[in-house]
Ligand binder design. Structure first.
Ligand SMILES: C[S@@+](CC[C@H](N)C(=O)[O-])C[C@H]1O[C@@H](n2cnc3c(N)ncnc32)[C@H](O)[C@@H]1O
Ligand code: SF4
Length: 480
């Protein structure tokens, strides 16, 4: 067991030294879990072929396409994207076709999978012209079969979305749009190098509202310089007026931004604490009053759903479908990360080894695309499933876990479950593993943020023992 002091030293180390606390995107920190790196192309191909051949739950699969193009780099952004590359979009779509062909050449039969979701992410997918968007979607819908009730999402910015592009999305049955608003304040938008103005946000929102796209989510950033209570009150006024189905409040992860200097990042990190407090006690209350429910999340992003619209399809399926199953995702494009599972319950995460849009286009032209696979053993797949589900929902369904691992996990992984049950961190009720509030007591004498309390619990109960030793070594090294 790590003591709180050790954990705090460790968090301090992460913040100061690497400037990476656990960023919500790669939470849990797989980085510390056992993984086996496979670079041998023949072996990777064998693994991929086997995964697709053994699929027995072929209607639970997502397709993700990464479109890493942006007109400007927003100062807060932590996502991989490139500017000044719009001239390569046509080549990029050709390359996606070639990447699909790469799979076909190794005899992966996509047609036997009924995809239950498609997500165009980025970057800024709406930077594609209507002609390019239609070409990309034709290509995808020719090669992949989607369930009628599949969730079809794209994200985009207000200034780049047009009526024509919406029509094309409608034509291909897109039923969810994530609009990057970030702020309803023009000064803040400008300060962070956003392309869109409040006027454009409102205009585009109107277009979306009258479209056939059923669910609209807006992304908001909290913790930016210039925000204060009256700015937030103003945000809430707009939210009430626009009434989107979902709002994702992302608290700025300064450590993730690619533009802030180290000094700026350090200055901003303390704000996270303040923001968490604010979100819990102020925004959640106010959002409740205007009809939104907070989907419990102990991490840094807070999803609010409009109560009347509460349905499975409101939230990004490729994230939340974990609750129902271990959801595999095939990713295409530069920066995409496929997540596949073997029949023995291992997780295989696969990336292209290319390093930029240009490199990706070039390698595919030359037919020399290489991939790298990270392989995680089943015990770590279980760990990450529990960490994610407890964080998001506070519960995990035992039958889903048993089905996935084709075994009684309470017995197979009793080393994990026994301490959790014995120390009353979780209880079993109606086939569910339920996280109890007791986990907060572990660090009750310290003034920790919600995520730090959860992190403390996770490190002690759900990280492998040997990681405690690694952490101790890091702290000792730091002190000497
Ligand atoms: C790929 S972007 C969204 C798409 C689109 N390019 C846009 O800007 O609207 C995904 C979301 O992550 C959030 N985000 C980006 N950088 C972040 C950071 N450093 N910390 C927290 N959230 C961040 C923003 O809310 C953003 O909307
Ligand atoms: S927030 Fe969106 S538009 Fe801004 S740089 Fe990131 S991906 Fe591009």
């Amino acid at each position: 067991m790590l003591i709180v002091k050790e954990l705090l030293d460790y968090i301090k180390y992460l913040k100061e030294k690497t400037l990476i606390f656990f960023y919500w995107w790669d939470y849990p920190q797989f980085l510390f879990f056992d993984k086996y790196k496979e670079k041998n192309q023949t072996k990777i191909i064998t693994i991929i072929k086997k995964v697709f051949k053994n699929l027995d739950n072929s209607d639970s699969f997502g397709l993700y396409v990464h479109l890493p193009f942006c007109n400007k780099k927003c100062r807060f952004c932590g996502f991989y994207s490139e500017i000044n590359r719009n001239n390569l979009i046509d080549d990029y779509i050709d390359s996606i076709e070639k990447e699909i062909n790469w799979y076909k050449k190794i005899k992966v039969d996509f047609k036997k999978i009924k995809f239950s979701s498609i997500y165009l992410g980025g970057g800024t997918p709406t930077l594609l012209s209507s002609v390019q968007l239609e070409r990309l979607l034709k290509l995808l819908f020719k090669n992949f079969k989607f369930l009628n009730k599949s969730q079809r999402t794209t994200e985009g910015t207000p200034e780049s979305l047009t009526e024509n592009k919406i029509k094309i999305l409608e034509k291909f049955g897109f039923n969810r749009f994530t609009l990057g608003v970030q702020s309803f304040n023009n000064d803040i938008l400008k300060k962070y190098n956003r392309n869109s103005s409040l006027k454009e946000i409102l205009k585009t929102y109107k277009l979306l509202k009258k479209s056939k796209i059923k669910y609209i989510n807006i992304d908001m950033m909290l913790g930016l310089k210039g925000e204060n209570k009256s700015v937030y009150d103003n945000y809430l006024k707009y939210i009430k007026k626009l009434a989107p189905d979902q709002i994702s409040f992302e608290i700025l992860s300064p450590e993730a931004s690619q533009i802030f200097s180290k000094k700026e990042k350090r200055e901003m990190i303390h704000k996270v604490h303040e923001m968490e407090f604010f979100l819990f006690f102020y925004i959640t209350k106010k959002m409740g009053k205007i009809g939104y429910q907070n989907l419990g999340n102990k991490d840094r992003c807070y999803y609010f759903i409009k109560k009347q619209r509460l349905s499975h399809n409101v939230i990004n399926y490729q994230i939340t479908n974990h609750r129902k199953s271990f959801y595999p995702v095939l990713a295409l494009g530069q920066g995409g990360n496929s997540k596949l599972f073997t029949s023995s319950g291992k997780l295989i995460s696969i990336n292209n080894t290319t390093i930029s849009i240009q490199d990706y286009v070039h390698k595919l032209k030359e037919n020399s695309l290489n991939k790298i696979a990270h392989i995680y053993p089943r015990i770590d797949v279980l760990r990450s499933f529990l960490i994610f589900n407890f964080n998001f929902y506070g519960i995990a369904k035992i039958d889903i876990i048993n089905n996935f691992f084709k075994n009684d996990v309470l017995i197979e992984f009793k080393n994990i479950f026994q301490p959790l049950l014995k120390d009353k961190m979780i209880e079993i009720k109606k086939g569910n593993l339920i996280l109890l509030d007791n986990y907060k007591k572990l660090s009750k004498n310290y003034n920790l943020t919600e995520r730090e309390k959860y992190f403390f619990f996770v490190v002690n109960y759900l990280y492998p023992q040997k990681i405690h030793e690694k952490i101790r070594n890091i702290i000792i090294k730091k002190k000497t």
